[in-house]
Design a protein around this ligand. Structure first.
Ligand code: AHR
Length: 318
């Protein structure tokens, strides 16, 4: 089943229905947006940011939820091309396999903006710009915290890793950035590493399996908060104390993750901001009007310790 789930915002709510194109001629800008899915708190906040920003910017949004399937994203992009939207934006579920559909968009003269996640195509003329986080840097920040925490010890540090969706840019890059930093000291050992698909349910399931198969786990590195939160349930279920018996590092800093950090169940979170909507609308207006935009726009982000989470929580927007 490859159903295309579509939710509207300020216009047609069906990616397969007809729509009027806008753009340089001064008409309303119509953006076709293909979202990965609704797999995490981060994704929900990102969808809200895009939908609200489109409304504020007067951009008609044709929103399509791919349910974490690349084939659904390709269908949605083809549908946006048929409808002659002014601009296509999408967050690619995986990095590879986009060249054909992106060439179709280029032939139709519809500009494409990558948002949140990258594609691995060497042909950067297939898209106008890429707006999103530096995921390698996020992995490095996670690794650096760990190195600092254990700088005085000599004993081996056994790490289990919950990876994001296989083949996705954040999973690939958060893994390599982390590995680069910890590999400077051989006492850090990744003893098990498996995908939890960025979801809470899978995070719990895989952590359950790690706890059964791996006798000594010192640290969990989860590629997002949702998987860390699922893993916390597994750790507590196994009679261990998350944050103490097993130290936990994760990425995102969504509200539930920050609460667990403030409660001492997570030890450190690297922020990945989902609030990309305003910048996306700004870039969309520029590319539709034929203005120059930078090829890469990197999101500004920070990190949180447990004390910093307690302070930040009351004003957190997501
Ligand atoms: O691409 C961003 C990642 O996707 C977030 O870190 C994760 O929570 C989401 O599912």
């Amino acid at each position: 089943m490859t159903a295309l789930t579509v939710a509207g915002c300020g216009g047609s709510d069906d990616a397969s229905s007809g729509g009027d194109a806008g753009g340089p001629s001064g008409g309303k800008i119509v953006m076709g947006f293909s979202q990965v899915g609704a797999e995490s708190g981060w994704r929900t906040a990102n969808t809200k940011s895009v939908q609200e920003s489109a409304k504020e910017a007067g951009v008609e949004l044709k929103f399509s939820d791919a349910q974490q399937k690349q084939e659904n994203q390709i269908k949605a992009i083809r549908s946006f091309i048929q409808q002659k939207v002014s601009v296509i934006a999408f967050s690619p579920v995986v990095e590879s396999g986009w060249d054909t559909v992106l060439k179709e968009a280029r032939t139709a003269k519809i500009p494409v903006i990558l948002t949140d996640r990258a594609v691995d195509s060497p042909d950067t003329s297939l898209y106008k710009t890429f707006l999103g986080s530096d995921f390698v840097e996020e992995g490095k920040k996670a690794g650096q915290w760990l190195v600092d925490q254990y700088k005085d010890g000599k004993d081996p540090v056994n790490i289990v890793q919950l990876e994001g969706t296989t083949g996705s840019a954040p999973a690939n890059d958060r893994k390599s950035g982390f590995q680069e930093i910890i590999s400077a000291d051989p006492k850090f050992k990744i003893v098990a590493s498996q995908t939890g698909d960025f979801t809470r349910a899978k995070g719990k399931e895989v952590m359950d399996a790690f706890l059964k198969s791996t006798p000594k786990i010192d640290v969990l590195y989860a590629h997002n908060d949702d998987m860390a939160l699922g893993a916390i349930e597994a750790i507590e279920g196994a009679g261990k104390v998350p944050g103490k018996d097993i130290k936990i590092i994760s990425v995102d800093a969504v509200h539930d993750g920050m609460q667990a950090l403030a409660d001492g169940k997570i030890n450190y979170i690297v922020e990945c901001s989902p609030l990309l909507g305003p910048q996306l609308m700004d870039l969309a207006k520029k590319v539709v009007n034929g203005e120059q935009v930078p090829p890469r726009v990197v999101t500004e982000e920070t990190t949180f310790t447990q004390d910093q989470a307690k302070q930040a929580l009351p004003n957190r927007k997501y």
